[in-house]
Design a protein around this ligand. Structure first.
Ligand code: FPP
Length: 248
């Protein structure tokens, strides 16, 4: 992995989240089983993390397995869980080398002991890294996280809600708002991903299937993001009154 070249102003402050969709269709288009798509998807994940680091992004959150994905056939779920473990084992050293702090968000109680241990090992090993945050969502449901956070909040109302939400989904600290949400695979929906954090996210959709996603796609998404005017409920700067004559 080469050093970061933050070609986007303010890249270090950006939180980009990705719904990595289309592995199955990509595999089917090649006449391969769905799991081959997930293996290719894992390779695309590695490339995208490298690209995000090169581009100098602050936080990258990847949707790897939703709580609803447990409804997939058992062999597919098992293959995905195996891939996650392999990914954690193979990527931890590269994360340390590149200053990437890795954490896994979502529920842990339904994961195997082996995967839980792999997560804890990767998180502990990369805890001191500060150049970029990589968050991988596994057994993640935004609605479930919000409901759990609401219960925590009811017990301790002085806690900021973002912190309760961070605790509910095993994030280290308070959850951060998403600036740009990317979804591959041609669908245009949020699928229970980061619903609170995406309140003012810019949305970018591509027909590209996840295994084909590359650095030029990430750059295209960021370039489009830069062109968007984010108003957060305010009026456009172009329409804001000027020359207030010294008033408020
Ligand atoms: C959605 O595509 C993808 C998933 C549910 C799994 C995501 C997993 C990966 C990208 C690979 C492994 C990830 C890591 C972090 C190692 P789909 O299967 O729903 O595709 P389809 O809509 O074409 O069927």
């Amino acid at each position: 992995m080469s050093h970061a070249r933050p070609s986007f102003p303010g890249a270090a402050a950006l939180h980009v989240a990705v719904i990595m969709d289309g592995n199955g269709r990509w595999a089917a288009a090649h006449g391969w089983p769905r799991n081959a798509g997930h293996v290719a998807g894992a390779a695309a994940t590695r490339r995208t993390v490298e690209s995000a680091r090169r581009l100098g992004l602050g936080t990258l959150t990847l949707y790897a397995f939703s709580s609803d994905n447990w409804q997939r056939p058992d062999p597919e779920v098992a293959a995905l869980m195996r891939l996650f473990r392999e990914y954690l084992a193979s990527e931890t050293a590269r994360c340390i080398e590149n200053g990437i702090r890795l954490s896994v968000i979502g529920r842990r109680d339904r994961l195997t002991v082996g995967l839980r241990e792999a997560i804890e090992t990767a998180e502990a090993a990369t805890a001191g890294c500060a150049a970029m945050r990589l968050r991988v969502a596994v057994d993640y449901s935004a609605r479930d996280s919000i409901a759990r956070a609401a219960r925590l909040f009811a017990q301790e109302p002085a806690t900021p809600f973002e912190r309760a939400l961070g605790e509910a989904c095993h994030d280290g600290g308070p959850v951060a708002p998403v600036d740009l949400l990317i979804r591959t695979g041609g669908e245009r929906r949020l699928s229970d991903f980061l619903l609170w954090e995406c309140a003012y996210a810019e949305l970018w959709f591509t027909e590209q299937m996840w295994p084909d996603f590359g650095e030029t796609d990430l750059e295209a998404a960021l370039a489009e993001f830069e062109r968007r005017e984010r108003r957060f409920g305010r009026v456009s700067e172009a329409q804001a009154p000027t020359g207030t004559g010294g008033g408020a």
